[in-house]
Design a protein around this ligand. Structure first.
Ligand code: HEC
Length: 145
């Protein structure tokens, strides 16, 4: 009977983990260590990352999302200032209450035609940090009666 290959498996897992971290760090995607750093990286992602799709957030949400606009078809693109304080909120298209993160997943799938980053990925954290910074001082929870 041969020995269980457990040590090799652990080694492979550690190697994969190390490679994963190395790739993230090389792409500038290592976890941020302060909210301001996360927000700064979030703005960079907002302006540059296509998530494998065809647009960036700033293709639609101009000036870092601080200016409202319209899609070519006429639909309103809201300013993102203060909006993080309004989630979770009811979304009339989805017919359900959505969190800010779910809204981002929607925009990345639909708007960017990309693949959303994982819920606990540095990219999602950084985008949420950036949007939350755009809501600094906004009154929280105005959507509740
Ligand atoms: C193709 C254009 C387009 C792209 C690209 C896009 N969005 Fe949006 N976004 C919209 C439109 C239109 C709305 C409003 C309607 C809706 O919710 O779909 C919206 C809504 C939002 C909202 C909610 C605003 C509110 O008042 O409730 C947030 C937050 C948001 N987008 C963030 C982002 C982020 C972050 C990205 C990039 C990852 C992004 N969007 C990419 C068009 C876009």
């Amino acid at each position: 009977m041969t020995r269980l290959p457990r040590p090799r498996l652990v080694g492979a897992a550690l190697l994969a983990f190390g490679l994963g971290l190395g790739t993230a760090a090389a792409a500038g995607l290592a976890p941020a260590t302060s909210p301001d750093q996360a927000a700064a990286e979030g703005l960079h992602i907002f302006n540059h990352d296509q998530f494998g799709g065809v647009r960036t957030c700033s293709s639609c949400h101009v000036n870092g999302g601080t200016t409202a606009g319209h899609l070519p078809g006429g639909a309103k693109i809201p300013s993102l200032e203060g909006v993080a304080a309004q989630f979770p909120k009811y979304n009339g298209h989805a017919h359900r209450v959505v969190t800010l993160e779910q809204q981002l997943v929607h925009c990345i799938r639909g708007g960017l035609q990309g693949k959303p980053p994982g819920a606990s990925s540095p990219q999602m954290t950084d985008l949420i940090a950036y949007l939350t910074k755009l809501s600094k001082g906004a009154k929280m929870g105005q959507q509740f009666k």
